[in-house]
Write a protein that binds this ligand. Structure first.
Ligand code: TXD
Length: 318
């Protein structure tokens, strides 16, 4: 009978077993979504993290296998490859320095992972997000639907949390949409934020909304300032996990995703955060919502800055 045919779990490979990578592996296992291969350049690190996670398997009663490795051959046949590898900013390093170092790391990771998982969907997390996502796509030349970047889900989740805190409502009842690049130029859209269907513009003063929007823009920096030793990782891992779940379960969820634009929003040949339907084929479609003139302008400015950085990174890689 069909019951006797063993069915293989999906496989997610996470490149970079640092804070985000290991938290993501944990999250995937807790949700029993997929087996996970954690890969890092540091010897012993991914093996240790994977073993530690596996040692909780009986307590958490999931049945995901998590292995750690330094060898891309072990990532073979992944359904999804997530790239979190990279360096954090060190004293004396400019944003450009960081970008050029991470560009090299990310391009190499994409090339090597692609050899072993040519059918995978690639999700990029490494910063600067929109630039790195473009480089991955350009390196492996996949159909654009199969390459995407995670940032919008995190930025929207931050906004949702701040709205919930302000109004004293359940965060899960709040829905928000943040578009544009991941960084100071992101474009939160209060007009499209609701609490159980009620627009927040009906529930909050404009000044309050502006304050919350500003806090969202600086969400990453606020955490870095508190932690001192690195950036956020729990909410980023949860955000990436949501996208992975939407893909593996073919949920067709509408999530803000850094996707390749081919004329949408008047933009071409760029990865930028826009609302996407995520399903088993990756980015199933891009939704073009109506933007006001000033919102369009803000998106253009965000796009311009991403484009400039892509050029810097490409000239450095050449
Ligand atoms: O919204 C978003 N997209 C983001 C992005 C939210 C949070 C973090 N964001 C970015 O993700 C952050 O700015 C970094 O660029 C990445 C990873 O953040 P994380 O906090 O996980 O950084 P860590 O803890 O320093 O981990 C990076 C790991 C570390 O273990 C390195 O040894 C490894 O990457 N690394 C490599 N792995 C494989 N191959 C190579 N070449 C390599 N170089 C470093």
């Amino acid at each position: 009978s069909n019951l006797l045919i063993p069915c293989q779990s999906p496989l997610v490979s996470v490149i970079g077993a640092g804070n985000v990578g290991r938290s993501l592996a944990h999250r995937i296992a807790l949700k029993n979504l997929a087996d996970v291969v954690l890969l890092d350049i540091v010897e012993g690190l991914p093996q240790g993290v994977a073993l530690d996670l596996m040692e909780a398997q009986s307590i958490e009663s999931h049945d995901c296998q998590i292995i750690g490795t330094n060898d891309y051959a072990d990532t073979s046949g992944s359904n999804i490859v997530v790239i979190t590898a990279g360096l954090a900013r060190k004293p004396g390093m400019t944003r450009d320095d960081l970008m050029n170092v991470n560009a090299k790391i990310v391009v190499e990771a994409a090339q090597k992972a692609f050899i072993y998982s040519p059918d995978a969907i690639f999700i990029v997390i490494t910063n600067p997000l929109d630039v790195m996502t473009y480089l991955v796509w350009q390196t492996i030349k996949l159909p654009p639907a199969r390459v995407m970047g995670m940032a919008g889900v995190l930025d929207s989740s931050r906004l949702q949390t701040f709205i919930a805190m302000e109004l004293g409502v359940l965060a899960a009842d709040v829905h928000a949409m943040v578009l544009g690049g991941h960084g100071d130029l992101m474009l939160p859209l209060p007009r499209y934020c609701t609490v159980s269907g009620v627009p927040i513009t009906e529930l909050m003063e404009e000044a309050t909304i502006n304050r919350i929007v500003e806090r969202t823009r600086n969400g990453g920096a606020e955490i870095v300032k508190l932690l001192q030793t690195g950036g956020a990782y729990y909410a980023p891992a949860s955000s990436a996990c949501l996208m992975i779940e939407a893909i593996l379960r073919n949920q067709s969820r509408l999530l803000p995703t850094a996707a390749y634009l081919e004329g949408e929003y008047g933009l071409e040949d760029i990865f930028l955060g826009v609302p996407c339907r995520l399903g088993c084929r990756g980015v199933e479609s891009i939704l073009e919502v109506n933007l006001t003139e000033s919102e369009k302008k803000a998106l253009q400015i965000s796009a311009h800055s991403v484009r400039q950085n892509v050029q810097v990174a490409l000239s450095h890689l050449a």
